[in-house]
Design a protein around this ligand. Structure first.
Ligand code: DQA
Length: 145
């Protein structure tokens, strides 16, 4: 089962940015030490970009070939009709994730353009939000995805 973990803008700064909200660990450290070993039967790929169009290109590239996408669109979550259209266009199911609980933050973050086209959303469990999203894909039989 091939799964893409896709991170959007500023998530390359995890561990340095707003530590009280996002924690003090880089995503790369969490990915290598926790996430990959937790899912030995999955083929995981990780990709990050700060650029909306590059995220769209990546979604289109894997969107008919992979079995799942775990997507943290960062602030594009709350602004991007284009990313919403891409998720609607591709066949691969997308699970939306957020490290922080976006619904407990500023009103602008309560709106998600990703959520309505995703299979579901996971928000507020810190970096473990990614593990919960992968558990969803792990529980699906390959024939169903
Ligand atoms: C985020 C929440 C967004 O509102 C914010 O813009 C981010 C990170 C999260 O993972 O909690 O960059 O997606």
């Amino acid at each position: 089962m091939k799964i893409l973990i896709l991170n959007g803008p500023n998530l390359n700064l995890l561990g340095k940015r707003e530590k009280s909200i996002y924690g003090s660990r880089s995503f790369e450290d969490y990915y290598e030490k926790d996430l990959v070993p937790a899912f030995p039967d999955m083929e995981l790929e990780y990709f990050q970009s700060n650029v909306e169009g590059i995220l769209i290109d990546k979604l289109q590239e894997v969107g008919y070939h992979y079995q799942g996408i775990v997507f943290n669109a960062g602030a594009y979550t709350h602004t991007s009709l284009a990313l919403m259209d891409t998720i609607a266009a591709i066949e691969t199911p997308v699970v939306e994730v957020h490290i922080s609980n976006v619904f407990a933050r500023e009103a602008a973050r309560h709106v998600t353009f990703i959520g309505g086209r995703a299979v579901g959303s996971i928000s507020g469990f810190g970096l473990e939000s990614y593990r919960l999203a992968l558990q969803y894909f792990e529980r699906l039989k390959p024939s169903k995805v």
